[in-house]
Ligand binder design. Structure first.
Ligand SMILES: [Zn+2]
Length: 227
């Protein structure tokens, strides 16, 4: 009922999701995609479902991540598969539970199936709440990982690590960013180059253990948010 492509960054989660979606589409099933609008990254913004090297003609139907249940009124008749890329970005809580989970339950209750993708861990190495709760729902999970980007010299040779990139290390320039909550919002960073790199469990450095970090005004707003 629910197929989830979960993992780390650069693990081709969305590529695999697209493969599954196309498979169902070519078999004659109706599909509709809904993507949280906070995950549409500036510069690579697109209005169709796409991943590295793959572009489809399937519209994204952006929605407010604070109000995911608004999707329910937008699902067209004839749609058998509701597709939710970047599921970890959905927010909100109801008295009845995590809104992201309630959304999935309601879609399934309507007789439809769900295909989604998402990151398991945030840049602090902490699991996203949506993903933790989703796993408890008896979902079919396919794990998707890239390769750790750590490299080190062995003698004269620079050797790369080949373990799965389960974690995401966030840098501004070459400094590991301190953890201020699951999401670093656009506008939080005032200067410097932001980059995420996949790291394995061995080479990921928990931000609280990172050495040499000094806040030199590169982060704003985040101090006001609770962790
Ligand atoms: Zn590694």
């Amino acid at each position: 009922m629910i197929a989830a492509f979960l993992g780390g960054m650069a693990g081709d989660k969305t590529g695999k999701l697209i493969q599954r979606v196309n498979n169902r589409r070519y078999s004659g099933f109706g599909v509709q995609v809904f993507q949280p609008n906070n995950s549409l990254r500036k510069g690579i913004e697109s209005d169709v479902l796409c991943a590295r090297g793959v572009v489809t003609d399937i519209p994204l139907n952006p929605f407010d991540p604070e109000d995911p249940l608004s999707i329910l009124n937008r699902i067209k008749s004839g749609v058998s598969y509701v597709v939710l890329p970047e599921y970890h970005m959905i927010k909100g809580n109801l008295a009845t539970g995590n809104t992201a989970i309630v959304l999935v339950r309601k879609i399934v209750a309507s007789g439809r199936r769900v295909i989604l993708d998402g990151l398991k861990l945030d840049y602090g190495g902490k699991p996203f709440k949506n993903i933790l709760e989703l796993i408890a729902e008896g979902v079919h999970i396919e794990s998707c990982y890239g390769v750790c980007t750590h490299k080190e010299f062995k003698g004269d040779e620079l050797v790369g690590c080949s373990l799965p990139g389960t974690h995401s290390q966030l840098y501004i320039d070459e400094v590991i960013v301190p953890y201020t909550g699951p999401e670093l919002r656009s506008g939080d960073v005032t200067k410097g180059k932001v980059s995420y790199r996949p790291k394995c469990i061995r080479h990921f450095i928990y931000p609280e253990n990172a050495e040499g970090y000094e806040d030199q005004g590169i982060l704003i707003n985040v101090r006001r948010r609770s962790i």
